[in-house]
Write a protein that binds this ligand. Structure first.
Ligand code: PAF
Length: 283
């Protein structure tokens, strides 16, 4: 595995790979690699001949009161995991080579990037869209794998690829869960063991919602309220938002229509740790 830190060098390698008819798959991460990331790498390797992993804690997607400076950066451990996973290239730039002093141009998401998570974290998806686009231009992939765990991020990236006519296929990967149902995330390391057990309520909420829709309950607002109540009744937990969206439009859904697909989106705190999760629920 070759480690590259300079965008120009990565671009030159990617260009050469393309000239040699290599099919490139990229997995973008902020490091602190876990099972979820490893599943994305595996998926990339199943489709692409060459896999590029990027590790970059992107400052422009963090709000001023968020955890940019505390965000875990176990780089040596990440390198070992990437090597063991047989990644071909690891692109791990420093912030100053991605955002040099006179960097001025950023992307602005439309309404999709401003609701739900975007409303709670203003500017977050603009930062994601900007870095993802930059990394697309640097790694020149044919395919890119993103996890369903960040469902709205995935929707924003699909929209970005469509809006900007990028010739890249976006492949989504299912959420990887711990034994108790908690979705695997780099931020789980902030949880105490008590908070970790309590956080299983998010997945229980998704299962409850799926069951209620399966029982032909059409009132999605009422189901979301039940899930919110489940979270509120769990010691140490509090909901931020629990909503259903229409899977096709990523807009708020209040009533289930037979044959349509919905997704329950949850954001909740276990202790001080903010967690997000989601599950696809067909009606
Ligand atoms: O999902 C993430 O880890 C990040 O948002 C991404 C896509 C790597 C962009 O920084």
């Amino acid at each position: 595995m070759q480690i590259i830190t300079e965008p120009e060098q990565m671009q030159a390698i990617a260009e050469k790979l393309r000239l040699n008819r290599q099919f490139i798959g990229v997995v973008m991460t902020m490091g602190a690699l876990h099972e979820g990331h490893l599943s994305l790498i595996k998926l990339a390797q199943q489709t692409a001949g060459t896999t590029i992993l990027t590790i970059f804690v992107n400052p422009s997607q963090f709000g001023i009161n968020e955890d940019l400076h505390q965000y875990p950066r176990p780089f040596e451990q990440d390198v070992a995991l990437a090597r063991a996973a047989e990644v071909d290239y690891l692109f791990a730039p420093e912030a100053k080579s991605i955002y040099p002093e006179n960097h001025q141009t950023t992307l602005e998401c439309g309404p999709l990037g401003k609701r739900f998570e975007g409303e709670r974290r203003p500017g977050h998806f603009n930062g994601v869209a900007t870095i993802v686009t930059k990394l697309f231009h640097i790694t020149k992939p044919h395919i890119a794998i993103f996890g369903e765990k960040d469902a709205q991020q995935l929707a924003v990236i699909r929209q970005l690829v469509k809006d900007l006519n990028l010739d890249i296929k976006i492949i989504s990967a299912p959420i990887i869960r711990e034994e108790n149902g908690l979705a695997v995330s780099s931020r789980n390391i902030y949880l105490s063991s008590q908070e970790r057990s309590a956080a299983a309520i998010l997945y229980k909420g998704i299962c409850h919602a799926a069951q209620r829709v399966g029982q032909q309950e059409k009132n999605l607002l009422a189901i979301a309220a039940e899930v919110e109540q489940m979270i509120l009744s769990t010691p140490g937990c509090s909901p931020d938002y629990v909503i259903f969206i229409n899977e096709e439009t990523f807009e708020l859904a209040d009533t289930a229509e037979e044959g349509k697909e919905y997704r329950l989106l949850l954001a909740a705190y276990s202790g001080k740790v903010r967690l997000i999760d989601n599950g696809k629920i067909p009606a």
